[in-house]
Design a protein around this ligand. Structure first.
Ligand SMILES: NC(=O)c1ccc[n+]([C@@H]2O[C@H](COP(=O)([O-])OP(=O)(O)OC[C@H]3O[C@@H](n4cnc5c(N)ncnc54)[C@H](OP(=O)(O)O)[C@@H]3O)[C@@H](O)[C@H]2O)c1
Length: 313
């Protein structure tokens, strides 16, 4: 495993993070037993992953708690999240604190390393800054969280407008950012700020459906061409992004997608979500490979330079 420093938190984290949400939720979304999901997290730790991301909304905190039971607490970094709104009603500071305490009970720990406000949407930023940020400071003072963090709702906000709005206050230690081959907007707008302020960054959406299902990639690319965000001359819809495999040693586009993100200088941790031990092992190998060849990376940067609307979901 390779390790890096998560921005101003100073935490020495693995460059690969175990994502316990997304479409798979450790396989809970498609029928894994609890024991199978616990085994995925344990295998991740055996492979050297020391950063595990979950959320109250994922319903995988108890699984993470079981997986880390018996592991020295200072050998593992736990990240979780609380919702800013529930059923369209704003969550109060007291409810956020109580929600975090419930997360700690499910995780079987007395603190988490990173605590996020989970994916606020347009129109929710003032509530987050005025009501919930002070609650995060309360939690930090009480020793229940070590770092404050924000994750974005990337599938509905592909140009990071809410995240950028929340950056008006320099109160975030860590940010979870949507980034992938199809949507590289963060390196123009988000990363200059996170780098200037030493905000640690976690990448989500590196692969999603677009890079795990060829039909879906074809459909997303066709839409980007139709919207004029990508030139039709640059894309062969019969063999989407085939040049990446012809001109690199990547085994498939899933591997290429993870490697593309791993070597983006603005990103510290690449979160990888799966419920399959086979996929986990393959993805860790991919993420530890060298960058894609320079000409391939540059061509991907050029093709998608004006693509702003796809999340890859
Ligand atoms: N707003 C937020 O806060 C937010 C939103 C989304 C995600 N997240 C976090 O970010 C993490 C990563 O997001 P993600 O899980 O969507 O990301 P991802 O790693 O980009 O995509 C995972 C998807 O790809 C599939 N996959 C993974 N490896 C594969 C392989 N080798 N071959 C074929 N399919 C493969 C997985 O299915 P299998 O189970 O079949 O492998 C899963 O459906 C989440 O788990 C969560 O912790 C946060």
């Amino acid at each position: 495993m390779e390790f890096t420093t998560l921005g101003r938190t100073g935490l020495r984290v693995s460059v690969v993070g175990m994502g316990c949400g997304g479409a798979s939720r450790l396989g809970q979304a498609y029928g894994n037993s609890e024991a199978e999901s616990v085994a995925v997290v344990r295998r991740a730790m055996e492979l050297g992953i020391n950063y595990i991301d979950t959320a109250e909304a994922y319903r995988t905190e108890e699984i993470v708690g079981k997986a880390i039971a018996g592991v020295a607490r200072d050998q593992i970094f736990i990240s979780t999240k609380g919702n800013p709104y529930k059923e369209a009603a704003p969550v109060s500071a007291g409810e956020l604190v109580a929600g975090c305490e419930a997360s700690l009970r499910r995780l079987g720990t007395d603190y988490v390393d990173v605590y996020h406000i989970h994916g606020p949407k347009q129109g929710q930023t003032q509530h987050v800054l005025e009501e919930l940020v002070p609650a995060l400071e309360t939690l930090r003072t009480q020793g229940k969280i070590r770092a404050t963090a924000i994750s974005e709702h990337f599938s509905t906000d592909t140009e990071h407008s809410v995240l950028l709005d929340l950056f008006q206050a320099d109160v975030w230690d860590v940010a979870m950012v949507g980034y992938n081959i199809l949507n590289q907007t963060a390196n123009r707008t988000v990363f200059p700020i996170t780098q200037a302020r030493s905000i640690g960054t976690e990448c989500m959406f590196a692969v999603r459906k677009a890079f795990s299902r060829p039909d879906h990639l074809r459909a997303v690319l066709a839409e980007l061409v139709e919207k004029g965000e990508v030139s039709a001359e640059e894309i062969d819809l019969e063999n989407p992004l085939g040049f990446v495999l012809d001109e690199s040693d990547a085994a498939d586009l899933t591997e290429a997608a993870y490697r593309f993100c791993r070597h983006e200088p603005g990103l510290d941790i690449i979160l990888m979500g799966t419920g399959s031990i086979d996929h986990l092992e393959t993805n860790v190998r991919s993420l530890l490979c060298p960058p894609l060849p320079g000409p391939v990376t540059e061509r991907l940067q050029r093709i998608f330079a004006h693509a702003v609307s796809a999340s890859g979901s």
